[in-house]
Design a protein around this ligand. Structure first.
Ligand SMILES: [Zn+2]
Length: 116
């Protein structure tokens, strides 16, 4: 399950961000955005997060996972269409010259810190 290493990196990133911002409170909530084609299963991510944060300061942190739609951009007809699934052809004109945007990234969107 590669979600474990993703979450390890994420926890590190959260720690760094919080430190850089000079925040000291409890981390209330972490919001993530996971692309639909990133190969990451949000359920596994959640599970890995709970597992890895056990008995750490992040134990009670809520993790919110967003799954934004990917956008298919057609080189031929310039259509920009939101898609749920991987497409190899433009849904408008059927051209195979399509670029999928925003489906592969995993980004840390926000960290909510409770003021202590
Ligand atoms: Zn097209």
């Amino acid at each position: 399950m590669h979600e474990l290493s993703i979450v390890e990196a994420l926890i590190e990133q959260v720690g760094r961000e919080v430190k850089r911002a000079g925040l000291a409170g409890k981390i209330h909530r972490v919001e993530l955005s996971v692309g639909r084609f990133s190969g990451v299963n949000p359920g596994c991510l959640q599970f890995a997060f709970n597992l890895l944060t056990e008995k750490t300061p992040l134990e009670k942190t809520e993790i919110v996972i967003h799954e934004p739609k990917a956008v298919c951009r057609c080189q031929r007809c310039n259509a920009r269409i939101e898609v749920d699934e991987f497409v190899a052809q433009c849904p408008e004109c059927g051209s195979p010259e399509v670029i999928l945007e925003g489906g592969r990234d995993l980004t840390l969107q926000s960290i909510d810190v409770e003021e202590s």
